[in-house]
Design a protein around this ligand. Structure first.
Ligand code: MLT
Length: 408
């Protein structure tokens, strides 16, 4: 008899953003012709930077020519992209990362979801609350949790990110092995200082733990004192894996390109307590289950690091940050307290006692604006909503006018 992985039965009915998409589709069906503005899922709306488009076209032409055609590429990514990443995203900022420590992939969602495969089922996981649901759900699927009760999975060490700690979780008070951190944070938009990040690196070093650091939103940092990479913190190479993405940086949500950094010294332990390096393990997993990102897409990603690409990416992220500033300003004028929106495309808004999903429904019904209910990111998200800055400036202005009217 074929049996299922029963861990899947512990999961909540559907993935947060699929759930929201279904509700929005139902609303549209019942209200045909109603104009909806989406400030929910963090999906970019601006076209790819011209430097990337040019590189994509040129690479596609190479694929059309017998002399320059390419079949399978290296699973870990082409050297031209890995070199450009190591130099521009790390070494130029004083973080010592080599090209062969970069694993190019088709998304940080997949990487943050897949990485847990290389760790034992028994490891104790520390996960922020609220959190990007992928970290949690993939550990549920892998059997690292008990049942879901009172809004939380048993067996997880939740790291509350709340007003009281400025949405930067405190160190765990119980021993943990695998720690998920994301800064600038999704969903709260909060940021972490180098000193705060160092306390986590120090914790991991003294407790034989490992940090999974999601830096998918680092391109939105404007405060130069904030770390863009965990490897800017001394000692992180041994205890941290970092995830990056071209999705929000350069508009690649539909094009797909990201990468994971696994430094050569980064290690975990086998059941006998012997140190085991993670680079060969992740390399083994990557080569077995992934055949590389397509050549034209990697060429487009590499163009992000050209002079023109750097300028265009800056313009792109500035564009969305301008939306974020406007959202924050308008919500503040309406009397709402929020975090994020300055070094992040997300604004995390305290609903002043409103239930997250009720606030979501109210904004959808009365303003035709889609947000993300904070409760969908965890128990500590209850009472909050997240607004995303990923839309056109005109739509954001319109959305803010409609929200203002709906609330009056
Ligand atoms: C979000 O809205 O949280 C993100 O778009 C999700 C993602 O990047 O997968």
């Amino acid at each position: 008899m074929i049996t299922i992985n029963e861990n899947y039965l512990k999961l909540q009915a559907s993935y947060l953003f699929s759930d929201i998409a279904k509700r929005v589709a139902a609303f549209q069906q019942n209200n045909p012709g109603r104009d909806i503005i989406k400030l929910g899922i963090g999906d970019v709306t601006r076209p790819l930077p011209p430097a990337c488009v040019e590189a994509l076209h040129a690479a596609t032409d190479e694929m059309a020519n017998e002399a320059t055609f390419r079949g399978y590429g290296p699973e870990q990514g082409y050297a031209f992209l890995r070199e450009a990443i190591a130099e521009n995203d790390f070494r130029s900022r004083g973080a010592d990362i080599a090209a062969d420590e970069i694993f190019v992939s088709d998304g940080a969602k997949c990487d943050t979801g897949n990485i847990q495969e290389i760790f034992a089922t028994e490891v104790k996981i520390a996960i922020p609350d609220p959190v990007y649901p992928v970290y949690l759900d993939t550990n549920v699927m892998a059997g690292r949790t008990g049942a879901f009760a009172d809004g939380r999975y048993q067996g997880i060490c939740y790291l509350d990110s709340v007003k009281g700690n400025n949405f930067v979780p405190d160190l765990p008070t119980q021993p943990v092995d695998l720690i998920y951190l994301c800064f600038p944070n999704n969903p709260t938009g909060s940021t972490i200082t180098k000193e705060q990040l160092k306390t986590w690196v120090d914790y991991a070093r003294s407790n034989k733990a490992l940090i999974l650091f999601d830096a998918a939103y680092e391109a939105f940092i404007r405060d130069e004192s904030l770390p863009r990479s965990i490897y800017e913190v001394e000692g992180a190479r041994e205890v941290a894996i970092e995830f990056r993405s071209f999705s929000k940086t350069a508009g690649f949500t539909g094009t797909r390109c990201a990468y994971t950094v696994v430094p050569k010294e980064c290690a975990a332990f086998d059941s006998a307590g012997n140190k085991q390096l993670l680079h060969p393990l992740w390399n083994r997993r990557h080569c077995t289950k992934f055949n590389g990102v397509s050549y034209p897409i990697q060429k487009a990603a590499a163009a992000v690091y050209s002079d023109a690409g750097k300028r265009q990416v800056r313009e792109l992220t500035d564009y969305y940050l301008r939306n974020a500033v406007l959202i924050k300003k308008e919500m503040t004028a309406l009397g709402f307290v929020s975090v994020g929106g300055d070094n992040s495309p997300y604004i995390w808004i305290d609903g002043q006692g409103r239930d997250s999903w009720e606030f979501f429904d109210m904004l959808l019904n009365k303003a035709g604006v889609v947000c993300t209910p904070g409760a969908g990111f965890g128990k500590c998200g209850q009472g909050y909503i997240r607004l995303s800055a990923f839309n056109s400036h005109e739509n954001v202005i319109k959305a803010m006018e409609r929200i203002s009217q709906a609330l009056q």
